[in-house]
Design a protein around this ligand. Structure first.
Ligand SMILES: NC(=O)c1ccc[n+]([C@@H]2O[C@H](COP(=O)([O-])OP(=O)(O)OC[C@H]3O[C@@H](n4cnc5c(N)ncnc54)[C@H](O)[C@@H]3O)[C@@H](O)[C@H]2O)c1
Ligand SMILES: N[C@@H](CCO)C(=O)O
Ligand code: NA
Length: 430
């Protein structure tokens, strides 16, 4: 067998410990598959003494992971710390510049700095890999970047955040409140260090920015993504969605058309019979559509120790095998800058939940605002729900434009009988 690939790991939390477990327990299997052993030689984390359930005494300990860059006996650095800047970014930059390949699960880092890190990797002649960063254990980067490489990709969308999908599924099946379910997702190791990144849609947007680049060969453009999270979704919305044949999912969607690149993240109603509506708990799913392949669908575990570490180790194995694809599958200099499509141009049907005082003329006032803007209604329901003198009014519109519906809602919110800010959920007939 040829020389071993010598690996250093920075960060020994949920994912880092998972990577150590796989590389040690599947040592022989992996060596046979690569034609050479993969050896952990060094580790770094914030606390050396913490009991992690794995033995790290055989690896060289570094108080500062940035010192990896100077070590001649390290071929590849694995970053499992997190954060778009700070130590993670410095470690990426310094490791690549020192000629070491770099593997990460850090979507914030790649979404913000993917293009510049890809340039650095290319100049140094080393690999930069991030399969675990998007949809955890689903090999979606490989599937799109390699498996669908013959196609011009049109559309990619999916459930990209395990924590949110877990919360929405548990709220529906157990009737538990948002906070309790989020705490459970944190306990299970799904949530980000700052769980607002999960519930406010930022984590999904990080992953979508990366998927867009891989699918369309465009520069990662996180800042142009329209982002809305799941905080305002209540059990009643999940229940009403079901009554009208839909389930609520947090989707990330990117489409490249003649008008530019559409990228949006928000809760969406998907038809109950669609495969994506069946994706439960911390599972993720991705639909990728290319001109010759048509639609493909991928599902698997999107978060947690084992699935995420599985993707990290797959990247390490790829590098051990000598696969040196460009990080975004085209040379970094060929990534194109796409014009973002404004959210106002979005067209679709909308679910609207209004909380109104029950008195004569309320419905007429609401419908007259919609009539003035030519918005036609598909469904209208009134729900008592034991509210004190008030009711929920649920509207489902026919297809209309985002700017028209948002203007109408602003006017409706100003009506004296309307309490609380109206809630809108976009209906996706994908
Ligand atoms: N947990 C998941 O399901 C999951 C899935 C996909 C991707 N990710 C990504 O993987 C990365 C790690 O996530 P995690 O869940 O394992 O986080 P975690 O909080 O469990 O672990 C982070 C680790 O980094 C260490 N660390 C912090 N500062 C450090 C420093 N300066 N030097 C060295 N180590 C330092 C901590 O001690 C800890 O061991 C993040 O980028 C996250 O977004 C996590
Ligand atoms: N916090 C992320 C981890 C996986 O990237 C999630 O819940 O999906
Ligand atoms: Na993945």
């Amino acid at each position: 067998m040829t020389n071993s690939l010598k690996v250093a790991i920075a960060g020994l939390g949920t994912v880092g410990v998972g990577v150590v477990k796989i590389l040690e327990s599947h040592k022989d299997l992996i060596a046979a598959r690569c034609g050479r052993p993969i050896e952990i030689v060094a580790v770094s984390a914030s606390n050396r003494a913490r009991d992690r359930g794995v033995d790290i005494s055989g690896y060289q300990w570094f108080d500062n992971a940035l010192d990896f860059a100077e070590q001649d006996n390290i071929d590849l650095v694995v970053e499992l710390i997190g954060g778009s800047d700070g130590i993670a970014k410095e470690l990426a930059q310094q490791s690549l510049e020192a000629g070491k390949s770099f593997v990460t699960a850090n979507k914030a880092l790649i979404a913000h700095h993917g293009a510049s890190l890809a340039t650095t990797a290319q100049e140094a002649g080393v690999a930069l890999r991030y399969e675990a960063a998007v949809a955890g254990g689903i090999p979606i980067i490989k599937a799109v970047g390699e498996g669908l490489a013959a196609n011009k990709m049109n559309l990619i969308y999916g459930i990209l955040n395990g924590t949110c999908n877990y919360i929405l599924t548990q709220m529906e099946s157990t009737g538990q409140g948002f906070g309790d379910v989020l705490a459970e997702a944190q306990r299970l190791g799904y949530a980000e260090a700052d769980p607002t990144f999960d519930v406010d849609g930022i984590d999904t947007a990080h992953k979508l920015a990366i998927l867009s680049s891989v699918a369309f060969g465009t520069e990662t453009d996180f800042n142009s993504i329209y982002v809305e999270g799941i905080r305002r979704i209540e059990a009643v919305d999940i229940e009403y969605a079901r009554e009208i044949g839909y389930r609520i999912k947090l989707l990330g969607l990117a489409r490249l058309g003649s008008n530019g690149l559409e990228q949006r993240v928000h809760p969406a109603m998907v038809k109950l019979e669609e495969p994506i509506a069946q994706v439960e708990d911390a599972f993720n799913a991705v639909v990728a559509e290319g001109d010759f392949i048509d639609r493909t669908f991928y599902q698997g575990r999107g978060a947690g120790e084992g699935p995420t570490a599985s993707a990290v180790v797959a990247d390490i194995i790829d590098i051990a095998r000598g696969h040196m694809d460009a990080p975004f599958f085209v040379p970094a200099s060929e990534l194109v800058k796409a014009e973002p499509v404004p959210m106002d141009d979005h067209e679709g049907a909308f679910y609207i939940r209004l909380h109104v005082q029950e008195r004569p003329g309320v419905i007429a006032d609401i419908t007259s605002v919609l009539k003035d803007r030519n918005v036609s209604l598909d469904v209208m329901l009134q729900k008592g729900h034991e509210l004190d003198g008030s009711v929920y009014v649920i509207l489902v519109t026919h297809v209309t434009r985002e700017n028209i519906i948002m203007g109408a809602l602003q006017e409706i919110a100003g009506l004296s009988s309307v309490q609380d800010e109206p809630l809108t959920i976009r209906i996706e007939n994908l």
